[in-house]
Ligand binder design. Structure first.
Ligand code: ADP
Ligand code: MG
Length: 348
């Protein structure tokens, strides 16, 4: 769906900045009436209604956050939007606009930026967000992308990280660990390719993992589902760095502890089989892997009947008093301390 079919090369220096911006932004569709002015003036204009405005930014740097040897530019554009939208949904908000700033070296032809923008606009159209502006400049080396997402939320609906309460249930959406394993698979294929450039990538057994790494989705659907079920989480965060570091953020900011049950952590069958093949521990992968872009939230026990049995949700534990600490209860019924990178089996 996202493959690059474009093989010609047009040098950016032949086009100039203004033509480039016009070219990249000519296919933008505006979805929201609150977008009064998009690309084209000194500023975009957004009409603010009574809601609160959410703003979030991410900066992605080639060689640090992405590797173009296995990340097609169209996927990169798509993912760069998704990671920002995920932050808006994690506040229980609705994403409305984005701005996109890029710095590119002359190593990139126009066609490369067309691919990048095709991915950006695909995400904008499927999540109904308006690309309303940005900045374009050159870099001496590599590609930098900074995206800012703007959203809104009714004051009464905002969900922070700092409001989990003892006895609340800890819930996660989807399944965990696949995106990290997808990266391991792609890294392995890259190394094989470096040794033997004629090698064909062997990815059939890892389709779900690679898709989770290269084409993640943000859980806009969950925000609607929670609203339909009339469930307001007591706290929420999106899983970008891994379950353990995200639950620690909730615990620290809410001044609470937690017990998470190893046997409850949702894993896809491909995660389980690939962990066996790679000799990795699937719990470690789920706790420390990251880039799942699932939502981690807490709900009052009173709301349990509303989420019970829903395949989107897995209850993985509960919140405790702060003094009880933050623990993983293993399959062998051992209580081990959760640390930012997984858990510490040396401590209890
Ligand atoms: P200024 O000199 O005021 O910064 P620019 O010439 O950089 O204006 O940008 C002109 C218009 O194009 C503005 O609306 C800006 O937001 C938009 N724009 C510039 N770069 C990008 C980009 N990479 N993606 C989307 N919109 C962009
Ligand atoms: Mg500018």
């Amino acid at each position: 769906m996202l493959e690059n079919k474009n093989n010609s090369r047009t040098s950016l220096s032949d086009i100039g900045e203004f033509k480039l911006i016009d070219h990249l932004t000519k296919n933008i569709k505006i979805h929201h009436k609150t977008t009064i002015k998009g690309v084209g003036d000194d500023c975009a204009i957004i009409e603010s209604k009574k809601k609160q405005t959410l703003i979030t930014t991410d900066l992605l740097i080639e060689g640090i956050h992405f590797d173009l040897s296995y990340m097609p530019l169209k996927h990169l554009g798509y993912k760069a939007v998704i990671v920002n939208l995920s932050d808006v949904y994690a506040m229980n908000g609705s994403a409305k606009q984005i701005t996109v700033s890029i710095a590119v070296s002359n190593r990139f032809p126009l066609e490369a930026l067309e691919e990048l923008y095709a991915g950006i606009l695909l995400a904008c159209n499927s999540y109904k967000v308006d690309l309303v502006g940005g900045d374009t400049t050159s870099s001496t080396k590599g590609l930098l992308i900074s995206i800012t997402a703007i959203g809104d939320v009714e004051k009464k609906d905002v969900v922070y990280r700092n409001s989990a309460k003892p006895n609340d249930l800890i819930v996660v959406t989807g399944d965990l660990g696949a995106a990290y394993l997808g990266l391991q698979v792609l890294e392995r294929e890259k190394q094989v390719f470096q040794v033997n450039p004629n090698a064909q990538p062997e990815l059939e057994n890892y389709t779900y993992l690679v898709e989770r790494q290269l084409k993640p989705e943000a859980r806009k659907d969950i925000i609607k589902l929670l609203s339909d079920l009339m469930v307001k989480p007591t706290s929420m965060i999106d899983i970008s760095d891994g379950l353990s570091s995200e639950i620690l953020h909730i615990c620290k900011q809410s001044k609470v502890g937690c017990n998470i049950y190893e046997d409850k952590i949702p894993l896809d069958q491909q995660v389980i089989s690939t962990c066996e093949e790679f000799n990795m521990d699937s719990t470690t992968v789920a706790l420390s892997g990251g880039e799942d872009y699932e939502l981690l939230f807490t709900v009052s026990q009173d709301d349990f009947p509303k989420i019970k049995g829903n395949p989107n949700f897995t209850v993985i534990g509960h919140i405790t008093e702060e003094k009880e600490g933050k623990h993983l209860i293993t399959r062998g019924n051992q209580k081990v301390k959760i640390i930012a990178q997984g858990w510490n089996s040396m401590n209890d």
